[in-house]
Design a protein around this ligand. Structure first.
Ligand SMILES: [Zn+2]
Ligand SMILES: [Zn+2]
Length: 447
């Protein structure tokens, strides 16, 4: 009997952090793992909002969206892909679902779907991020999904967004492991250990691994972040302004615990409140309750509110939970205000009091949801005389831990993705038994 050929082709995540789009073919079965937006490639050509892509044609012309047939909703050809699996809700792994043909099933964790939907509700519809009418099919750890000749086994992993998964994919030529984004120093390292254990058992022929943190690595943990936040917040005399990623629930919990411990309220944006409401329904997650006395909702100053914003304000205004910038300004020493760089205009009305501090709790300058405009941020906080603290722990595995995991998994081949340091990675891993392949974009690798 002739065995089916199994191949991997990488259309994104090659020599860049994010933008993962990995095609696995097994005989006639074709499945994509992740379909993210490439921040790095976009930045080479665009500078939103004034210079933004107008259509998918521009994105394809510039090589930001790969040229593929039977994948996109704007092409008339029949679907040429059986499914797309999304590892987690960060946009560098999921945003370009926007372009996927609506009849192609999209498999992701339940939490990922909740996050993507909440995100689409709070953003204006835009070319590069729309999940409307997608054919979502959700899974949880422990379920196995059959797609054509493949069997896909999702495993929860620890990452800087809840509902992140790695996959063990059983093909006709052995198992292929895809890590997605993962770490083992977050709030739930045991999830990553479960994944690694599952990967070891599958005796894989290949592992596609993220290798984000090959430079600038650090030893820290979410618990350490929380204790550092306490050292800061307990000494601040004015307001604490906090910048962290919208969907980083672990970080949000850390700020919430520390606000509470220091008799302050954590003030969250309407956008964050909307996501929290959606995530509260997720039984597997612990997130602060908006009704909690240590949480308040911050309504930024603007003339017109969207429908979802008006509804949210109505739901919590009666409970005396919604505050505008003037009300927050009067009680600065009682508040930790979660603020995004894009809302810095609020500072003009807020007038941070003497002794206020700004805590940047995201990676600098890259963050998987936005690009922090570091220089302008520094100008703002300097103008208001606020020192800036950087308290953060990465969402990605550190080099030594990654090597240990890869040694355990002992796959025949390793394909590093989601990194700007593949060469360094390959040298660092050179004494492993696995053969490291430096990936070229668009090239097909036979397993
Ligand atoms: Zn990523
Ligand atoms: Zn991620």
């Amino acid at each position: 009997m002739v065995k089916n050929a199994t191949t991997l082709t990488f259309y994104g995540g090659v020599d860049e952090i994010g933008g993962n789009k990995i095609l696995l073919q097994d005989g006639d079965t074709r499945v994509f793992f992740d379909f993210g937006m490439s921040y790095a490639m976009k930045k080479q050509f665009y500078s939103p909002p004034f210079l933004s892509p107008k259509s998918e044609k521009s994105l394809q012309e510039l090589g930001i969206l790969p040229k593929l047939e039977g994948v996109y909703k704007f092409d008339d050809k029949p679907p040429a892909v059986d499914a797309v699996f999304i590892s987690h809700g960060h946009l560098d792994h999921s945003a370009y679902l926007s372009f996927i043909k609506r009849e192609i099933p999209v498999y992701c964790g339940e939490t990922t779907r909740t996050i993507l939907q909440a995100l689409s509700e709070v953003r204006r519809a835009d070319l590069e991020f729309s999940v409307a009418d997608l054919n979502f099919k959700t899974f949880r750890t422990g379920r196995k999904i059959k797609v054509g000749g493949l069997e896909v086994e999702p495993f929860h992993v620890d990452h800087s967004v809840p509902g992140a998964y790695g996959f063990v994919i059983h093909t006709s030529n052995g198992a292929v492991v895809y890590t997605g984004d993962f770490r083992d120093h977050g709030a739930k390292p045991e999830m990553t250990h479960d994944f690694v254990e599952g990967a070891v058992k599958s005796e894989p022929v290949a592992i596609v691994t993220e290798a984000t943190n090959m430079t600038g690595a650090a030893i820290s943990s979410e618990a350490e972040v929380e204790s550092k936040l306490h050292s800061i917040v307990s000494e601040v005399e004015g307001i604490v302004l906090a910048e962290f990623a919208f969907s980083d629930v672990d970080r949000l919990n850390s700020f919430y615990h520390i606000a509470k411990k220091n008799n302050r309220c954590l003030a969250v944006s309407l956008k964050q409140a909307h996501l929290l409401e959606a995530l509260r329904k997720d039984k597997g997650l612990t997130v602060p309750d908006l009704d909690d006395e240590s949480v308040m909702v911050f309504r930024k100053s603007k003339k017109r509110f969207d429908k979802w914003e008006r509804e949210l304000i109505e739901r919590y205004a009666g409970k005396n939970k919604v505050f505008d910038v003037f009300e927050v300004s009067k009680q600065q020493c009682n508040v930790v205000l979660a603020i995004s760089f894009y809302d810095f205009e609020e500072m003009v009305s807020l007038q941070p009091a003497a002794g206020s501090c700004y805590v940047l709790s995201a990676s600098e300058p890259f963050n998987e949801e936005m690009e922090i405009d570091y220089e302008r941020m520094v100008n703002w906080v300097s103008h208001y005389g606020m020192p800036q603290y950087h308290v953060h722990v990465s969402g990605h595995m550190m080099p030594l831990q990654l090597k240990k995991a890869l040694r355990q998994v002992n796959a025949k081949r390793i394909f590093p993705v989601h990194t700007e340091s593949a060469g360094l990675f390959s040298k660092f891993m050179r004494d492993l038994k696995s053969e490291v392949t430096l990936v070229e974009k668009g090239k097909e690798y036979k397993l």
